[in-house]
Design a protein around this ligand. Sequence first.
Ligand SMILES: *Cc1c(COP(=O)(O)O)cnc(C)c1O
Length: 386
Amino acid sequence: MIPYGRQSLDQADIDAVVAVLQSDWLTQGPAIERFEQAMAERCQANHAVAVCNATAALHIACLAAGLGPGDWLWTTPNTFLASANCGRYCGAQVDFVDIDPLTWNLDARALEAKLEAAERRGSLPKVLVAVAFSGQSCDMEYIARLSKRYGFTVIEDASHAVGASYAGRPVGCGEFAAMTVFSFHPVKIITSAEGGMVLTNRPELAQRLQRLRSHGMTRDVGQMTEPSHGPWYYQQIELGFNYRMTDLQAALGLSQLNKLDGFVARRRELAARYDRLLACLPLTLPGAQADAESAWHLYVVRLRLKDIALDHRQVFEGLRAAGIGVNLHYIPVHLQPYYRAQGFADGDFPQAERYYAEAISLPMFPSLRDEQQDYVVEQLRRLLEE
Ligand SMILES: *Cc1c(COP(=O)(O)O)cnc(C)c1O
């Protein structure tokens, strides 16, 4: 089976993890800070806070943005559950903005219209989670302008977009989002097994994020609200969590970061190759967002169903039967039973639903060989021409 995505590990990665096992620190040691610093430098951000996964990163980013009961978080329905669930963790209500039919990202114009309506009702969102779907940022410049006008905080969920850039700068630089979240899950661009990170330029947010990832406590006298008892003293300022990353994970992440450019270059090469090889088939191929350079976490095609004999499921199953581990990103979040129970229904976000009826994620990972990609294209052509 050719999977849709997989990690690329080498001996340097293994050695980096073994070195931590032989050291004095297994968790929250020097590798964490090195990984954080390297990511901050790479992304041209002032601060980076490593946590155990991107879901935890989204949770504490929302808390740091002040999200709580009575507030609204908006995001795209075409994302992984975590982009919406983070709002629910904070007791906020979640709503969605439909996707752009070209880029399959949250539609900035639809956002503007929805904000105008929400302002009239007095129910503007406090947080917008702008997901860089498949590794390509949304229209972040437009969204940043709207955030100033309507006063919401932008969190970019860049779980797919480590190594991507937007407007000539690395995703994570903080020019268009208050906080950026990355995932280091094995199918993503670089991996730390499990792992996530929040990047920000604002020191007060970084301080809050550091506290929230570790029980809401601090050893920094400057943050304490009561006098220190002595050198052993720590103080819990607020309710936090144990969301720490281990040094084992950080060492792996740091070692992977050395190879990021090569990974992204190969992904871009594969995407360009898919674009070329699939151009004549009855498919809609990924559309580019102006100013965005994708990291190509996913390569998704949409079937032009009226031009082919098989249905969506038959093409999907045909590819699986041919040993190609295709996948579907994503089932619109608002159609999940949990969100239906909050009042969402079929037809609420028609672009995301239409997309879902046609989309298939093809294999995309750096070690995918040209011959394997040719086989994927050949099998897809066979099914579409059947
Ligand atoms: C993978 C992913 C997450 C969650 O990442 P974890 O590190 O597995 O918690 C969040 N948002 C998006 C868009 C993702 O793809």
